[in-house]
Design a protein around this ligand. Structure first.
Ligand SMILES: Cc1cc2nc3c(=O)[nH]c(=O)nc-3n(C[C@H](O)[C@H](O)[C@H](O)COP(=O)(O)O)c2cc1C
Length: 391
């Protein structure tokens, strides 16, 4: 049994999947992943989203325990991603009188996924429509592209609870004692990060609504310091760096470029900078992307490989480009033995991103670090320690 009382009327029936290797078949989830779902008990009973098919059995058991013999009147669907909507058809068949509450785009996707249109039992909602359950009233707020096109969030007026779909979610379990920020940042940057503008629009819509609790579809229910979470989302979605510091991402075949990255980190630390080093050949790329967004400066250090970038760096830069990396200061270190190309290629990537300032000092290593490279790196460390942005 996995029931948790969010309030007397709002119950948590989500499932913590501890055996999942990769979320979305790509993100490492060392602490597992939750698929959250809730029930609102009132004159009418609403189920808020279903769960991934991996969690069906545990979820249905949680649901039955909360329902205690009653039947749900409504299934509210926030969006149609399969980690939440896989059980829509199953639940609809289990409770034939239950109405399905969704917006028009979601109904189209229900048909795409399940071959059913549920027109006869559907309630099609649009921006700011409301649905009374008795004491509780649901208000539907459209959140297109946060991070699928059909997404809507639901605001419950009487208890001021925001059912936020994937927004404010994180990797890991549902225990509120688990640290939120790092795994929420990794989740946000990699999964929602491309859609900063759309998140800003949602935050604007929410700004007039008092929120006492956020019930996201992943991770813990957030029931205090709501402004902290809203503030983090505002920072991330406006592409502002979260803190001052230098993130050094390196991709090295035999270790010479790695050595340069480590030596630069030491120089920067001497200058008083906060530094985070990342070996792109070994570390999780989603964590690297999150750190790139976290800090205001980044150093890219890469060996040349077949006239191109060493593949781990190529993959990293592609990720940053797709996630709309911008508004940061970036420095470049390259290595090559006969025809170094990495600097030029990294520069082209960075120049294609908005408001990226590239440091004037660039380090070009021929095979192994030389005294002249170290001197150049000292100059670079000074340039990076100067916080003023180049005009
Ligand atoms: C498969 C392979 C392809 C390479 N391609 C190039 C290249 O196109 N141009 C170049 O200058 N060096 C090339 N190199 C050499 C490396 O970039 C060079 O040895 C560099 O010093 C390696 O730095 P590291 O010790 O950090 O890995 C290549 C190396 C390998 C193993």
């Amino acid at each position: 049994m996995n029931e948790t009382k969010v309030t007397d009327a709002v119950r948590y029936i989500g499932v913590h999947d501890k055996t999942l290797d990769l979320f979305e078949s790509q993100y490492a989830v060392p602490f597992g992943m939750t698929y959250n779902s809730y029930v609102i008990l009132d004159d009418k009973i609403a189920v808020m989203d279903t769960v991934d098919e991996r969690a069906t059995k545990a979820w249905i058991s949680n649901l039955r325990n909360v329902l205690d013999g009653k039947t749900p009147d409504y299934l509210v669907i926030s969006h149609m991603e399969p980690d939440h909507a896989a059980n829509v058809k199953y639940l609809a068949e289990l409770y034939p009188n239950m109405k399905i509450v969704a917006n028009a785009k979601e109904f189209a996707m229900i048909e795409q996924f399940f071959g059913e249109d549920y027109k006869e039992r559907g309630i099609v909602v649009k921006e700011n429509d409301t649905l009374s359950l008795g004491t509780h009233t649901l208000q539907f707020i459209m959140a297109p592209m946060v991070h699928w096109p059909e997404v809507m969030v639901t605001y419950e007026k009487s208890e001021q609870i925001l059912f936020s779909a994937d927004a404010f979610g994180r990797f890991g379990g549902a225990d509120p004692k688990e640290e939120w920020t790092d795994e929420a940042r990794r989740y946000y940057i990699n999964i929602v990060g491309k859609y900063g503008k759309q998140v800003q629009m949602l935050l604007k819509k929410l700004s007039g609504l008092p929120v006492s609790k956020i019930c996201s579809l992943h991770g813990a229910v957030l029931d205090s310091d709501i402004d902290f979470y809203l503030g983090k989302y505002d920072t991330w979605s406006s592409y502002r760096p979260e803190e001052e510091g230098v993130f050094i991402a390196y991709a090295s075949i035999y270790g010479h470029t790695k050595e340069a990255a480590i030596r630069l980190a030491q120089m920067l630390k001497k200058q008083g900078s906060k530094v985070v080093l990342c070996d792109l050949t070994r570390e999780d790329i989603s964590g690297a992307a999150a750190n790139a967004f976290r800090y205001d400066k980044m150093v890219l250090a890469c060996s040349t490989y077949d006239g191109s970038l060493f593949p781990p760096m190529e993959a990293f830069l592609h990720r940053l480009k797709v996630k709309n990396y911008q508004n940061r200061k970036v420095a470049l270190i390259e290595n090559g033995t006969w025809a170094p190309m990495a600097k030029k290629l990294m520069r082209t990537y960075m120049e294609s991103m908005k408001d990226v300032t590239i440091c004037d000092t660039m380090v070009s290593i021929k095979s192994a670090l030389k005294q002249e490279n170290l001197e150049c790196m000292e100059t670079l460390a000074k340039e990076l320690s100067d916080n003023r942005k180049k005009e």
